[in-house]
Design a protein around this ligand. Structure first.
Ligand code: UN1
Length: 477
């Protein structure tokens, strides 16, 4: 069954398969999953287009019930699904179970959103005319998701798309088909009509490309790298499609002179290294006030030496493996580059040989770095963070904002004055005070500025901006 995609309500066998193995233990095979060809994608898009008229006219309650059932099943099966997630992606079992519950909650939240869609009625500026603003589904939505949140990111795109009456062609990252297959199976059994939701697992260059190029796909939501995102964005623009891109980050975390150091170290360790640093919201630049620099670094190193790096399935592990050999190669290349740029490793940075054959890396902390170094400008997407020493708060804000990205930013401070100043001056889409830059709520908007994001916000009620089209109606009764 795993070697099948869901197309037009049928589980269709693919001509090719990809082997999904665990980054904690490459001999642990999660399964062999379907790899779609362009014909499969065409069929999925056609099924979605054909299913759209009827689905878009179902009642909000009908759609809400399906999403609610799916959310309940995901939560009920959290241990089992979390295990698949931990095996295929490499985040620790507690993190993976947490992400699974979050995905279930997202489905349930958007089950509610289906019922909360509203319009407006106004008087025209011309007499005798009424104006109505109504929101309608867009049509067929292409959803292309990354490997680092194999269930939460698909959930926060799929659930609002369906809640608002769109049909979906879903292409998960090749590295993590397991969770995508499970969500699809759950939705199919939750009563989603044939063709409304289609799964096409496979390569980006085949499946993603066909989705972007199809004239029948109205909108594409993508989370992933800047390079791929920009290609998708241009492809959508050329064809007049709506597009939403969630791309990279180089998120700063300021440790102000008056920070509570216990809080600061916890926030930095969580934001920089949990989920193996593989979050676009990770804190990769720790911008530290000169007056507390040495004690902060000392306490970071002590905390890092206590982090247990091992197989994601083992109890008590804090940091699982890097998700793939190519990601590990990229992390190591940046660690090498950091050294060449003159930064010093205060801790970690070496690959680890453990009991199982996996892609383990000791979390790395660079010191003596400055904000012009490539390690501080480019997204590494691994357990690698840099300390940037600054004279004072003013310099900290300047450094924090001096980046091409603008997803999340953070500050650790006990001062209301700095909190209130930083939340205004930060050029990021999300600002965190004494909480990690990574780890977000599902009922509020998610997204960034500058090169980090393009298009409407995701999550919360703002998700409707992308998943609905606004129509203005003038009526002379
Ligand atoms: C989170 O920090 O909880 O790909 C979510 C990413 C982001 C999601 C981060 N789009 O890492």
């Amino acid at each position: 069954m795993l070697n099948r995609n869901l197309i037009g309500g049928e589980w269709i066998a693919a001509h090719a398969a990809t082997v999904n193995s665990s980054p904690s233990d490459t001999s642990d095979i999660v399964g062999e999953y379907a790899s779609a060809d362009t014909q499969d994608v065409e069929n999925a898009i056609e099924a979605a287009a054909n299913a759209f008229p009827a689905w878009s006219r179902t009642t909000p309650e009908f759609r809400s019930d399906i999403l609610d059932r799916a959310g309940n099943e995901i939560i009920a099966r959290q241990d089992e699904i979390g295990r698949v997630l931990a095996r295929e992606e490499g985040k620790t079992l507690p993190e993976a179970i947490g992400e699974t519950v979050r995905a279930g909650r997202i489905f349930k939240y958007f089950a509610g959103e289906a019922l909360r869609l509203e319009g407006e009625r106004l008087d025209s500026v011309r007499s005798g005319i009424e104006v109505e603003l109504i929101r309608e589904p867009e049509g067929v939505i292409g959803i292309i998701t990354p490997w680092n949140f194999p269930i939460a990111i698909p959930a926060w795109k799929i659930a609002p798309a369906l809640a608002h009456g769109n049909t979906v062609v879903f292409k998960p990252a090749e590295l993590v088909p397991g969770c995508a297959w499970i969500i699809t199976d759950i939705l199919a059994r939750a009563g989603i009509p044939a063709g409304v939701f289609n799964l096409v697992m496979g390569k980006g260059s085949v499946v993603g490309d066909a989705i972007v190029k199809s004239n029948r796909v109205r909108a594409v939501s993508f989370t992933g790298s800047v390079a791929t995102g920009r290609r998708i964005g241009i492809g959508c623009m050329e064809r007049g499609k709506k597009v939403q891109l969630e791309l990279g980050g180089k998120n700063p975390l300021i440790i102000a002179a008056d920070a509570d150091l216990d809080v600061a170290v916890n926030v930095a360790i969580n934001g920089s290294y949990f989920s193996t640093g593989q979050r676009c919201t990770a804190s990769s630049r720790l911008v530290v006030d000169d007056s507390i620099h040495d004690v902060f670094v000392e306490r970071m190193v002590a905390a890092m030496s206590r982090l247990k790096v091992d197989n994601a399935l083992k109890a008590g592990v804090d940091v699982g493996p890097v998700a793939s050999s190519s990601q590990l190669a990229q992390d190591l290349a940046y660690i090498d580059l950091g050294r060449k740029e003159g930064a010093k490793l205060a801790f970690g940075g070496e690959p680890l040989q453990l009991d199982t054959e996996g892609y383990f890396l000791q979390p790395a902390l660079f010191i003596e770095t400055d904000n012009t170094m490539r390690i501080n400008r480019e997204e590494i997407f691994g357990p690698v963070a840099s300390v940037i020493r600054v004279r004072d708060y003013e310099e900290a804000v300047a450094v924090a904002n001096d980046t091409e990205f603008g997803l999340a930013s953070g500050i650790c401070t006990t001062s209301l004055k700095l909190t209130s100043d930083f939340k205004r001056r930060s050029q990021a889409g999300m600002v965190m005070v004494n909480v990690p830059t990574a780890g977000v709520d599902y009922h509020v908007p998610f997204g960034g500025r500058k090169a980090s994001s393009y298009g409407a916000r995701e999550q919360g009620k703002h998700a409707r901006e992308f998943y609905t089209a606004l129509k203005t109606v003038y009526i002379r009764p």
